[in-house]
Ligand binder design. Structure first.
Ligand code: EPS
Length: 391
């Protein structure tokens, strides 16, 4: 069973990722992992922290001679900023005078709920783990899932379709999203330059006013055959699994599959993707569809079209012009704490969501096809592809 977990505080020594259940023999391209980490760091609207960090995964185990060996893969990603925090957040008791309390909880952040739950006098320890810095470890883990999926011809990428009120005004083609992922500059990860300029203006406006802005990213799984996930049990439906995977990302407040939201206000005759029998040799079967409003999922099962998952991001909750809050110490009204922060993270969140989607899909692929070695997984996979082609 493919599993992963992460550890690490935002300003601690490093982040840790542990991925187990990958078959043996998956080629591990370390440059690819670094590139994925780089993509997550980029985007217009990121704060000062991203000028400090140069995220790279240090692989400790589970990979030898460039391939997985079936044992758990442990990775660390060092926090460069740690050197500035050794006195503030030491593992030992340290000097309490040097600790940096988060003295008033930020509305929208985990600060208050976390401090109450864990009985902390302030929100420092909550912030440290609730921070989206943790998504770095998810991206390193997701890169391994992507490398496995790539062996099966499945790719996972994202692009940004909204920042604040600025929206992508036209459908994006898969080739455009691939081209975006290969660029050496990342602005807002939007396929349309004019729409991207309007998105940038949204970020500029909040930079001026001390506010923050959210948006929507879209993750696409390209090349996934029909039959991943199942309708038979609630917790094995791929749509539900993907929703949880993406919703678990910091600042995501809603998840949509395909045309989920506007489908609710439309007629069935305009929403469902009519079935034909005109598929080409490149398709998984000859069954074809007139569009993809279902987002590649019907009954919790992939149907061979691109899987489309959208994540809706709230605006970052750390504001330069903070909202009302209460002092943890005096209980008097004060402004919420301010710490260095980003003002827009929609492109970065999209990259983190790619990782979560890749991990979730890879897990379900392995549930269906199994395999202790990549050769075994591929044999089972290809046998199934032949079966559905002949159906
Ligand atoms: C974050 C606050 C900022 C962000 C951080 C998430 O960090 P810092 O407090 O060090 O300035 O930059 O995101 C990352 C470090 C990252 O790698 O994405 C927060 O409070 O959630």
């Amino acid at each position: 069973m493919l599993r992963f977990s992460t550890a690490g505080e935002s300003h601690g020594e490093s982040l840790v990722a542990l991925v187990s259940g990958l078959p043996a023999g998956v080629p591990v391209d370390q440059e690819f992992i670094s590139r994925e980490l780089w993509r997550r760091q980029k985007g217009y609207g990121r704060g000062g922290r991203m000028r400090i960090e140069r995220d790279t995964a240090h692989i400790l185990s589970g990979v030898r001679h460039g391939k997985t060996i079936g044992s758990p893969v442990a990775m660390t990603i060092a926090n460069n900023d740690w050197k500035n925090w050794t006195d503030i957040l030491p593992v030992e008791e340290g000097d309490p005078a040097k600790h940096k309390a988060v003295a008033s909880p930020r509305p929208g952040h985990a600060d208050l709920a976390g401090a109450l739950k864990y009985n902390f006098p302030d929100a420092r320890y909550v912030l440290e783990r609730a921070s989206a810095r943790e998504s770095t470890a998810r991206v390193a883990s997701g890169a391994l899932a992507k490398l496995l999926l790539r062996e099966l011809g499945v790719e996972v990428l994202s692009h940004v379709i909204r920042v604040g009120k600025a929206e992508l005004s036209r459908p994006a083609k898969w080739e455009e999203i691939v081209a975006l992922s290969q660029k050496d500059e990342v602005l807002l990860n939007c396929v349309d330059l004019e729409d991207e300029a309007r998105m940038k203006a949204e970020v500029d406006a909040v930079l001026r006013t001390g506010d923050t802005v959210g948006g929507v990213f879209e993750v696409i799984v390209h090349g996934l055959p029909p039959g991943i996930g199942t309708h038979v049990n609630w917790d094995e439906r791929l749509d539900g699994i993907l929703a949880q995977a993406v919703m678990s990302l910091q600042a995501v407040k809603a998840v949509e599959i395909g045309r989920g939201v506007t489908a609710a206000e439309s007629f069935g005759s305009t929403v469902h993707d009519a079935i034909g029998y005109e598929g080409s040799e490149e398709d998984f079967t000859k069954f074809s569809r007139d569009h993809n409003n279902a987002g590649g999922l019907e009954g919790g099962i992939s149907n061979g079209q691109d899987v489309i998952v959208r994540g809706y991001l709230k605006p970052i909750s750390t504001l330069r012009r903070p909202l009302a809050s209460v002092s943890f110490e005096t209980r008097e009204p004060v402004k919420a704490a301010y710490e260095r922060s980003d003002v827009c993270v929609v492109p970065a969140a999209g990259v983190a969501a790619e990782a979560m989607v890749a991990l979730a899909v890879a897990r379900q692929v392995l549930v269906k096809f199994g395999g202790d070695s990549l050769a075994e997984t591929k044999r089972n996979y290809n046998g199934y592809l032949q079966q559905i082609r002949k159906y």
